[in-house]
Structures are given as C-alpha cells and as structure tokens.
Design a protein. Structure first.
Length: 486
C-alpha cells in the first residue's frame, strides 16, 4: 500500500506555519491522508481560545460542500428517482419564468448544473452572501430574471447558483430539506459527526472567521442554513474532511470501500466532464476539468489530481488528492481570501514527490480555453451600462448610487468608507483622469469587463463582474493603480 514518509510531516507543517507567521490568517490547520485515512496533522496560530487548531477544530469548509451535494444527488439518480438529463424546471417551477439567452437554448439539465455548464455567470461574491435566504427568496430571484454568459450546455463557468438549484431538486424529489438528506444519506453513514450545517450543531470548537481591516483582523458573523447551503454551508474538521476525501479516493484504489456513495458514482464524480478554461485557474501549470462537485487536474508527474477549494467570508478551505496513490491533503484557514489552496497544492506536491509510490518527470503544460461565446446581447448591454454607472461613481462617489448599481455584498465585503479611501489613493498615485475614455479594455465573459484609464504617472485599472441577476448589478468592483516603472 502507498505510504507517506513521516519525515515529510515537518516539511508540510512548515508550509502552514509560515503562512501564520506572515499574517495571512489568524490560524491554519492541515492534514495528510492516504488510503488508510488521516496519517498526520498540525496547526498554527490562535483558533480563538488561546490554543492552536487541531484535527478536531471546526471551520467552515465552504465550497468543499459541493462534493457532498453532488453525492446526495447521485444517490437519487442511482435509486432511479431522478435522471441527469431532466430539466431543472421539472423540480423548480419558478425557473420556467427565466428567459433563456437564445431562442434555441435548452433548459439547463441536472447534468449541466452538476458540471457548471448551465450558462450562468461566475458568482462567488454575490452567492457567498446568499446562504440564509429562503426557498421563496430564491424563487423571487428566478422570477426577476437571470443573466447568461453562455448558452446552457456549451461552456464551463463556476456557478454557485447552479448548486443552490441542485439542493432544491434534492428537496423536491425527497420531500425533505436538503440539509437533512445530505446529512442522513452521505455524512452520517460515514461517521462524519463533526460535519454539520450550523455552528450550533458542532461538537468541537468553532473558529471565528476574519477579514483584514485597518486596525487588524475584523471578526465576521456566521450565517445559518438556507437555500444556498448546498453551495458551501458545511462546517467540518480536518479529521472529517480527510475521511470524506479518503472515501472518494478509495473508489480508484485496488479495494474500493463500501459506503453511501457507490464506487462507480465516486469515480464518476472524479471524471473531467467539462473543460475548465485557463482563465479560471490563473497561474496553474495543469490542464483542468470539472466533474461532479470536484475539479480534476492533469499532472505529468503525478497523474490526475482531484481537488476543490472553499472560500466564504472569513474562511478558506481546500482538499486535494492523487487518484493514482490515494494520498491527499486538506487544509483550513479563517481569513477572507486567504487562499489556503496554494499551500495545500505545495504540500501535496511535496508529499507525492517524497512518497514511495510517486515517480518523477517533467512538469506539464496546460490546455488553453476559448474566449466567451458571442451574441449574448442582454448580458453585454447590462455590462456596458454598469461600466457607465461605475464611471460616474468613481468620479463622484455617493453611497446611494453605489447601493443602486451594486449588490449588497460589495458594501459588506469592503465597507464603503474604506473602499472610497482606497480608490482615492489609487487615483492620486497615478494621477488618473476619471473623465477620460478607456485606453484599453478586456472581457473574459459577457458579464465581465476590465478597462484602463490614463494617468500622469501610470494608469488606473478598473474591473467589474455582474451578479447573475437581470437587473445587471455589480458584484465585484476592483480599482487598482498601475504606476509607471521608474
């Protein structure tokens, strides 16, 4: 059986200790597992009670939840209660009121939703603030209309809305809340008692999430279960998530373990069903695809690497493993945008390079995805209108104008006063002319736009992304100074 060299544990531990020392997060915790389960773990920083986190400390795992949602749905498929080619309107009637992007667009199917190919815009900033909304609230979102970045079934785009809809499907088919179905059909049979959908249910110490502020770390409130729990609502521990990842990874081993998700379905989850464009994973050296609730990376040295990150306000999580060896890493931190995935990626590479079953070889290249599909006029029009509104906002900031053109998460993620000061500093740094026409523009999808304004000492980069709402509201607003090199 593949084993992990214990001498590597100290090397892995140093990767995460250094992150706390650099101030990237108040705490960081990690675990390494193989086909036998968790084999090593460690933690650094203060989890909130003066102690360092350990394998049983509870963090939000955010979008790592999507693999549990996918598994719960596949259980219904295996039982013959639902089919992946069924349209979402069979289970969520309110979706029938959504205007599709073209006359010949298909209604998104469950398979499209699972593989992030329903055509919706990428929506992390907006969706991360929607967890607690009700089913009626979600229906109201649908009835108000959606924007599309592609024709359903044609292209990958990471969509939380799609997984929220899958949770509604699970509820419609079973007649029971998604959280109850996921718990009773996936989590409990594997003994994952520390993986829960609310802080009140947690047995261990629950860490507080933070974001960086002007005077240090600012605590963030925990949200509770709701219509968007299927996208990232789980709380868990290194021990529990390692157990879940071991269960998934065992499907490709010499003796797949039995469990609530069949080996065939677990292997299906870990197949590349949809090509992920390179722009989605900037800096990666691996070609990447998306299966059912999991990313699949192709590495010339180690073969297929299955992974998923999780990011919520105040939290960062990641899990990844080698399909060939069944060796993997899980890691959590409690800071917004900490991107613990970078450390977990590094840690797994170290472990695989030093494990007894790993070979060496040249580093691989990556496949390049295509550009956005053309002809999606409503989204393009909404983005141009948003660009004009953002231009007026930058020229003369008014909170009420910002409220009208942005989704609520914009103010929640970075308070307006702080955002206003940062924008003013960026404008002053490059002497930007806010009344000038853009000197360059880029767009990756119809609901994304980046443009540059000229300045006396450089240029100003402005970037927006729209939420998947027909109202055309901005969910991401970034303003960055690019001074001329001296």
């Amino acid at each position: 059986m593949t084993s992990v060299d214990p001498a590597l544990h100290a090397t892995v531990d140093a990767v995460f200790r250094e992150r706390v020392e650099r101030g990237l997060a108040p705490s960081s915790v990690w675990g390494v597992f193989d086909r036998s389960g968790l084999v090593a773990s460690g933690g650094h920083g203060d989890r909130g009670d003066g102690l360092a986190p350990d394998a049983d400390t509870v963090y939000r795992i955010a979008s790592c939840t999507k693999s549990v949602t996918a598994a719960a749905l596949l259980g219904l498929v295996s039982a013959g209660r639902v089919a992946l080619d069924a349209p979402v309107t069979d289970f969520v009637p309110a979706f029938a009121e959504v205007a599709l992007p073209t006359p010949d667009s298909p209604v998104p199917t469950l398979g499209m939703l699972l593989t992030m190919a329903a055509g919706f815009p990428t929506d992390d900033p907006w969706a991360d603030r929607q967890e607690s909304i009700t089913d009626d609230d979600l229906d109201a979102v649908l009835r108000a209309g959606l924007l599309f970045d592609s024709v359903p079934g044609t292209r990958f785009a990471y969509s939380n809305l799609g997984y929220a809809l899958l949770g509604r499907v699970i509820t419609a088919v079973t007649g029971r809340p998604y959280t109850a179905v996921a718990t009773e059909t996936v989590l409990e049979p594997l003994g994952l008692a520390d993986s829960v959908f609310s802080a009140a249910e947690a047995r261990g110490h629950v860490v507080t999430g933070f974001r960086p502020g002007d005077d240090g770390w600012e605590p963030l409130a925990l949200t509770g279960p709701g219509a968007f729990s299927p996208i990232g609502g789980l709380f868990s521990t290194v021990r529990d998530l390692s157990r879940w990842a071991t269960h998934l990874a065992s499907a490709s081993g010499p003796a797949p373990e039995p469990g609530p998700v069949s080996p065939a379905d677990r292997r299906l989850m870990q197949q590349s069903m949809r090509v992920v464009p390179s722009a989605v994973v900037p800096g990666s050296s691996r070609a990447t695809g998306y299966g059912f609730g999991l990313f699949v990376e192709q590495d010339d040295r180690f073969g297929e690497i299955v992974s998923h990150s999780g990011g919520y306000p105040g939290f960062s999580a990641h899990m990844r493993w080698s399909v060939q060896d069944g060796i993997g890493v899980v890691a959590f931190e409690n800071a917004t945008q900490a991107k613990v995935s970078a450390a977990a990626d590094r840690a797994l590479d170290l472990v695989l390079a030093g494990s007894t079953a790993s070979g060496a070889g040249p580093a691989g290249g990556r496949q390049q995805g295509g550009g956005p599909v053309r002809g999606l006029a409503p989204a393009v029009t909404a983005t141009r209108a948003a660009q004009e509104s953002v231009g007026r906002l930058l020229a003369a900031w008014q909170d009420d104008l910002a409220d009208r053109i942005c989704t609520p998460n914009v103010a929640m993620d970075v308070p307006y006063e702080r955002r206003r000061r940062a924008i003013a500093a960026a404008v002053d740094e490059v002497g930007a002319d806010l009344s000038a026409a853009p000197i360059a523009e880029e767009s990756r999808t119809p609901t994304h736009l980046r443009w540059w304004l000229p300045g006396t000492a450089g240029r100003l980069r402005v970037e927006i992304r729209l939420a998947p709402l027909a109202a055309g509201l901005v969910q991401t607003l970034s303003v960055v100074a690019e001074p001329v090199e001296r």
